[in-house]
Design a protein around this ligand. Structure first.
Ligand code: F6P
Length: 560
């Protein structure tokens, strides 16, 4: 694997540093004097219309950013990823989530490390389709012969955030009378509340874990199994003997994992398990068997459409020149803001209530991928990396944190995502509510870009100290992503867009975006501290003073 290219040593970096020195963006002026700006800075990406014109870049800056992508080898590294090179260096793995959405029969076949990846993917997809159809039609039955009405996905991180985000986004497509729920947190509240009103006879649990070792997921899976046995036996639906319990698990538990031996050890029949591969990172896995809950609740056709959307964007990235490559351009803009202009965070603001978990999903995708201080060869990074991604759907965010974006002292680039057509076209006294909603999206991006001058404030009759308070500086950068409707295909496109934005930034910074060693220390320490919180004096004595004091507080306040 070639060494990362230090971006700060490139000529493009020097150009960008010169652009930054004394940089005084003026979107009002740029829009007034340049009638072609919007056209030049607007792009089509599948069904997405992406308007970059309200970003703080000139043509010269964008050209330098594109040169930065060229000089740091973004296209070459993407090609290496698609070809199955082991670009995940610290785990010595290929990175092939893009293979999960290649259409059946794609040519030439993708063969990596001697394995026909396309065949493997299609085989599992076919099994998922058949299983999902069986559950949806009622052919698959619970232990007492009833059709499944509820599925509960038990997973965390990439084995939860993608499925729950997509389920929430595409709920209008749930047409088989099956409700999906998602349990992730090891806080027992999560399991208790999500199962409280469930009927064990009609509930199917999906234990989703790439490694099948994750503490939260395995603990919750055992809680779910205990709940199932207890509730079924309370009703007299099963006996308390081993065979009855095994039979109950066989009818009410399936698993999704790369570790099928561990699935079997848990007691789930391997024929009720769906595999995937170590070349799929957890946060890139919603389009693998990790999406089984979606195939059941929304249907296999919806799941396939989602995959088709991902593939559209993969193809765009593969075939478009860097200067017209939308995910690359958006990744470059993020580098411009975070590394050159000092932005520490990035807001993602969907004008779609259905995307209310989108920011949470993106947090893992972006921050677990690029929150790193070393490069893929183990040397320190040469720039700041990894912004904080956050957001809430509009218009809720407008009444909460937009104040800071409009008038605060920090630069917060924001992506606005909107859809021309609503899932639920409601009217308020004859007025189309979705149109009103979209007026807010347009108004916010306009206000952020162009602000309101002191003269304009005064012209409205405001005087004195209030003038400054009511002035908006403008030049707050936004990207507008508009699509006809939030369909499965469009959602796939959106997710893939952000995957490739993340990848672009990672390459420029020299980061391996596909490992996550930063989550390990806390996991290890939790295992060490668990005996101390359970009262083991020896384990307590080895803790630092603060942890010991917190343990003492716990022991003196725990009452139940
Ligand atoms: O938080 C670390 C992590 O490894 C994530 O990358 C992953 O998505 C999550 O835990 C869950 O892991 P698994 O699917 O193996 O249970």
């Amino acid at each position: 694997m070639s060494a990362p290219i230090d971006p700060t040593a490139t000529s493009a970096w020097s150009e960008l540093t010169s652009h930054k020195d004394g940089f005084a963006p003026d979107l009002r002026e740029w829009f007034e004097t340049d009638p072609g700006r919007v056209d030049r800075f607007s792009f089509g990406l599948g069904d997405l219309h992406v308007d970059l014109s309200k970003n703080l870049v000139t043509d010269d800056i964008l050209a330098s950013l594109v040169r930065l992508a060229e000089q740091t080898g973004v296209a070459e590294r993407y090609a290496a990823m698609l070809a199955g090179e082991h670009i995940n260096t610290t785990e010595d793995r290929a990175v092939l989530h893009t293979a999960l959405r290649r259409p059946a029969g794609a040519t030439p076949a993708l063969v990596v490390d001697g394995q026909n990846i396309d065949d493997d993917v299609q085989e599992v997809l076919g099994r998922i389709d058949a299983f999902a159809e069986g559950v949806r039609s009622g052919e698959w039955k619970g232990v007492t012969g009833k059709k499944v009405t509820h599925i509960v996905n038990i997973g965390i991180g990439g084995s939860d955030l993608g499925p729950v985000m997509i389920y929430e986004a595409l709920k209008p497509y749930a047409d088989a009378g099956i409700e999906a729920r998602f349990v992730s947190n090891i806080d027992p509240t999560d399991m208790a509340q999500k199962t409280a009103d469930l009927d064990p006879e009609t509930t199917l649990f999906i234990v989703a874990s790439k490694t099948f070792t994750t503490l939260e997921t395995l603990t919750n899976a055992r809680l779910a199994r205990d709940w199932l046995w207890a509730e079924l036996s309370k009703r007299g639906s099963i006996g308390d003997d081993e065979a009855s319990r095994t039979d109950a698990v066989a009818h009410h538990f399936i698993a999704v994992s790369t570790a099928l031996d561990k699935v079997e050890a848990f007691g789930i029949d391997p024929k009720n398990a769906f595999g995937f591969w170590d070349w799929v990172g957890g946060r890139y896995s919603v389009d693998s068997a990790i999406g089984t809950s979606l195939a059941i609740a929304l249907g296999p056709d919806v799941f396939r459409e989602l995959l088709a959307g991902f593939h559209t964007v993969d193809e765009h990235v593969r075939t478009q020149p860097l200067a017209e490559n939308v995910p690359v351009l958006m990744g470059l803009l993020n580098v411009w803001y975070s590394t050159f202009l000092g932005a520490q965070s990035h807001a993602v603001l969907p004008y779609a209530q259905q995307l209310h978990r989108f920011a949470a999903y993106l947090q893992q995708l972006t921050m677990e991928s690029n929150g790193k201080s070393v490069r893929w060869d183990g040397t320190p990074v040469t720039t700041d990396t990894g912004e904080v991604f956050w957001g809430e759907p509009g218009t809720n965010g407008q009444h909460a944190f937009y104040q800071l974006i409009h008038q605060g002292t920090r630069l917060i680039p924001a992506d606005f995502i909107a859809f021309a057509n609503p899932a639920y076209p409601l009217a308020d006294g004859g007025r189309d509510v979705h149109a009103l909603f979209l007026a807010n999206f347009l108004a916010q991006t306009k206000a952020l870009a162009f602000g309101k001058t002191a003269e304009e404030v005064e012209a409205e009759g405001t005087t004195g100290a209030l003038v400054a308070a009511r002035t908006f500086a403008g030049n707050r950068p936004t990207t507008s992503i508009f699509a006809p409707a939030l369909t499965p295909n469009v959602l796939g496109q959106l997710i893939a867009l952000y995957e490739h934005i993340t990848f672009t930034q990672g390459v420029i910074w020299g980061i391996n975006s596909f490992d996550q060693w930063g989550v390990e220390l806390g996991k290890q320490l939790a295992q060490q501290i668990a005996p101390a919180i359970e009262g083991d004096a020896e384990a307590t004595a080895t803790q630092d003073a603060s942890t010991q004091a917190l343990l003492a507080y716990y022991h003196s306040h725990r009452t139940n």
